[in-house]
Write a protein that binds this ligand. Structure first.
Ligand SMILES: Cc1ncc(COP(=O)(O)O)c(C=O)c1O
Length: 493
């Protein structure tokens, strides 16, 4: 790893006795903590640092980090759109942050109303009869849908018989993982040359042992599945259920509704389509939508509206799969998502999908000469290109991506979906201007030229980032982000 100027760890800046704040003198008797609360860790070491140096430390760290507020972040499948600041203002309101999940329901009606309103709108946008916001990630939403499908089959005495879940070969890895986690055997459906589900192969695998088909629409190839209603009909014909991976809802929101396509359930990534933060792996919200026949199985307690329209907690759920997260999921995600939904309104929703699709097609068209699309047809909210031509020159998609960092851009997703050689998956999102897209395309065109003229140069990129080319496997597998002092003597001062 090449290390450039790096901000030292805060512990390395620590000087014994230095403090950043003056605590008031205690006006209560001192107690021995271990006597009061039981054994405590003795060796806890805190950095000792003044306020200014602490502030500089974190400001410097933020300056070597890259995020959507620094520049373009076209990471395919992740929908790295701008999350409007108003979302944070409402989520920070003390009425929300000071609500405790265990306080009496009657005193938390406002929060329940936020959930219920958010669910009302999501119901309308997706075309499903029921929504639950308990799952805390997309993968968690997928798994919850499969738990519900399993409970549904069991309630029909078919729990044992239905052992298979079908997934396309283009599926996100979390799809087969969720199915396996629910005890299903996974069978793979190939994608046809046109990028659509191979219907003949699907038909050949459909029988009364199939519990579900998990399909992403638009697919991870960035393509709308034109046969989706026929696919749903075929799966239903053998008694299976159809799950929609809704990670790509940004392409459809306000324009078309998966619930009308024939799906039985779907997950939504609120942290993609509805602008709640991705949060470095959490907290997110993988809300799910379901048709009414699956409603009895949703996680409890369910948030419902009474006949008077007032929201309440329905705890009487005898067929429920049970809780899938503590309390009601990531509650402030509901506040953020509702803020976003109301701020954009109905008109704004369809503008999101229209502009996200337009932007992706613009990038695809501008890059056509250097990075052709894996499937040459209009794409949805992202375009999947292939860098396979450059492999012959010894340059891989990863090399092109790493070089983009030197030009000031976050790289797109590489090597996913797995079925596209040297995949280069670009998702611009609707919140980027044409000028930004043009600068990005100009940079990529220049990099492709470098790949032809000086291919070796690209192997060492990036040159300007805080760290150079990493051993990516080691960086993931030997991740060590926690500094532990061998002894207190390691602390400066
Ligand atoms: C197509 C697709 N499905 C599912 C997921 C899983 O979502 P999450 O990362 O929130 O678990 C992702 C995540 O990127 C995805 O791209």
């Amino acid at each position: 790893m090449i290390t450039k100027t790096q901000e030292p760890l805060i512990f390395e800046k620590s000087v014994s006795g230095r403090i950043g704040c003056n605590l008031p003198v205690a006006d209560t008797p001192e107690v021995d903590l271990s006597e009061a609360v039981g054994p405590v860790r003795k060796e806890v070491v805190w950095p000792e640092i003044g306020e200014l140096d602490m502030l500089r430390h974190f400001t410097n760290l933020s300056r070597i980090n890259y995020g959507i507020e620094v520049g373009f972040y076209p990471l395919g499948s992740c929908t790295m759109k701008y999350n409007p600041k108003i979302n944070e203002r409402t989520a920070g309101l003390s009425g929300f942050t000071n609500t405790h999940p265990m306080q009496p329901e009657a005193t938390a009606k406002g929060f329940l109303e936020v959930y219920a309103s958010c669910m009302d709108i999501l119901r309308e946008l997706t075309g499903f009869d029921e929504i639950t916001m308990q799952p805390v990630a997309g993968a968690h939403g997928e798994m919850t849908c499969l738990m519900i499908i399993k409970a549904y089959h069991e309630s029909h005495g078919e729990g044992e018989k239905r052992k298979y879940v079908l997934c396309p070969d283009s599926a996100h890895g979390t799809n087969p993982a969720s199915a396996a986690r629910c005890g299903y055997d996974v069978k793979t459906i190939p994608t046809g040359a046109d990028g659509n589900t191979d219907i003949a192969a699907l038909k050949a695998m459909l029988n009364d042992e199939v519990a579900a088909f998990m399909v992403t629409n638009p697919s991870t190839l960035g393509l709308f599945e034109p046969n989706i209603s026929e696919i749903c009909r075929l799966v239903h014909e053998v008694g299976g259920q159809v799950f929609c991976d809704g990670a790509n809802m940004n392409a459809m929101v306000g324009t078309t509704r998966p619930g009308d396509h024939g799906f039985d359930c779907m997950h939504l990534n609120l942290h993609k389509t509805f602008s709640t933060p991705h949060g470095g792996g959490g907290p997110g919200c993988g809300a799910i939508g379901l048709k009414s026949h699956l409603e009895p199985f949703i996680p409890g307690p369910a948030i419902k509206r009474g006949e008077d329209g007032e929201p309440y907690l329905d705890r009487n759920r005898p067929l429920s799969v049970g809780r899938v997260s503590g309390f009601f999921g990531q509650s402030l995600m509901a506040v953020r998502a509702l803020t976003y939904l109301l701020a954009y309104g109905k008109q704004g929703m369809s503008a999101i999908s229209r502009y996200s699709v337009l932007n992706a097609n613009y990038v695809k068209a501008r890059l056509k000469g250097v990075l052709p699309a894996a499937h040459d047809r209009p794409c949805m909210h992202e375009c999947v290109l292939t860098a396979k031509e450059y492999k012959k020159l010894g340059v891989r998609a990863l090399d092109l991506s790493k070089r983009l960092i030197d030009y000031g851009f976050h790289p797109p997703t590489n090597y996913f979906p797995l079925i596209v050689p040297e995949a280069f998956m670009i998702e611009p999102t609707e919140t980027e201007t044409k000028e930004t897209l043009d600068k990005f395309c100009d940079a990529l065109i220049a990099i492709c030229e470098e790949a032809r003229s000086e291919p070796d140069k690209l192997h060492d990129a990036p040159f300007t980032a805080i760290v150079g080319r990493l051993d990516e496997a080691a960086a993931v597998k030997n991740l060590d982000v926690r500094w532990t002092p061998a002894s207190t003597a390691d602390v400066a001062g």
